[in-house]
Design a binder for this molecule. Structure first.
Ligand SMILES: Nc1ncnc2c1ncn2[C@@H]1O[C@H](COP(=O)(O)OP(=O)(O)OP(=O)(O)O)[C@@H](O)[C@H]1O
Ligand SMILES: [Mg+2]
Length: 247
């Protein structure tokens, strides 16, 4: 993309901030000013809270895209965050679409073991070392979240029964692995899937249109952070994406 096109795209995304804020403010008014707008049932409150949560997620996505522009200019925004909050926020984003009732359960959970039990019932296996789960890392959180979100979204899209997310830290390297048991990817496509706009997803079988941008974006983000990704997969054998990011 020429830099002119890039800036134009970024300005369009930038301008999404206003309508998203309007959605957020409108939903909050309904929730917080029931004296003016009328009383809500418990079910309506749940739906409105889901709208507010997703307005926030969208705001964060818009910020992430604009941060990408900054990172193209060489700006990295690193901060301390723990692996646990990273994985939880990705799970909440994904379940908010797939099964919002699970989000209410996840948000109440205190321990790693309890979280494993709950999400296991919904096809997610977590395999983190207890120490890694609590580890605080210093990285560009928006980029790491974007990488994990994209890999988990794909795994959810293509899984048969389960998705496994695991993580470890060794020799100053954060390794995260996202695995599913779906149709897999033939070796002839292992290079192609990382190219921009290559997709086998159709808009018909999914609520969300596939653009073939996810993995290409993940590769750009990883390059920024000096990381790398490997893919293990074959037809009918599921897919495993392993990401390594230097700390
Ligand atoms: N876990 C997976 N199992 C099987 N195929 C996969 C998996 N992940 C990715 N692919 C293949 O790689 C292609 C590219 O993935 P990518 O995330 O870049 O795009 P997409 O998911 O099709 O669309 P978008 O991410 O833009 O919504 C997919 O269309 C699919 O064919
Ligand atoms: Mg994708």
């Amino acid at each position: 993309m020429s830099s002119d096109t890039t800036i134009k795209t970024e300005i369009l995304i930038h301008d999404l901030k206003v309508p998203i804020s309007v959605i957020d403010a409108g939903a909050k008014s309904l929730l917080n000013r029931q004296d003016t707008y009328g009383p809500l049932t418990e079910k309506q409150v749940k739906v409105i809270k889901r709208i507010i949560r997703n307005a926030l997620t969208t705001q964060r996505l818009v910020n992430d895209v604009l941060e990408l522009g900054r990172s193209r200019e060489g700006v990295m925004i690193t901060r301390d965050f723990n692996i646990c909050s990273l994985v939880m926020s990705v799970l909440i984003e994904i379940f908010d679409l797939a099964d919002p009732a699970v989000v209410d359960l996840i948000r109440k959970i205190q321990s790693y073991d309890a979280l494993c039990r709950v999400v296991n019932d919904y096809g997610v296996k977590l395999a983190f070392d207890a120490k890694v789960w609590k580890t605080v890392v210093h990285l560009d959180e928006a980029k790491v979240r974007q990488i994990l979100r994209n890999l988990v979204t794909n795994a959810f899209k293509y899984k048969a029964v389960f998705v496994e997310i695991s993580g470890s830290i060794e020799n100053k390297l954060l390794t995260m692995c996202v695995r599913d048991d779906g149709r897999g990817i033939p070796p002839s496509e292992h290079q192609k899937i990382f190219k921009t706009y290559f997709t086998t997803g159709s808009s018909l079988d999914n609520a969300i249109k596939s653009h073939g941008l996810g993995l290409a974006g993940v590769m750009v983000l990883l390059k920024d952070m000096g990381g790398e990704m490997t893919l293990n997969s074959n037809c009918g054998k599921g897919a495993e994406f392993i990401v390594k990011i230097p700390l």
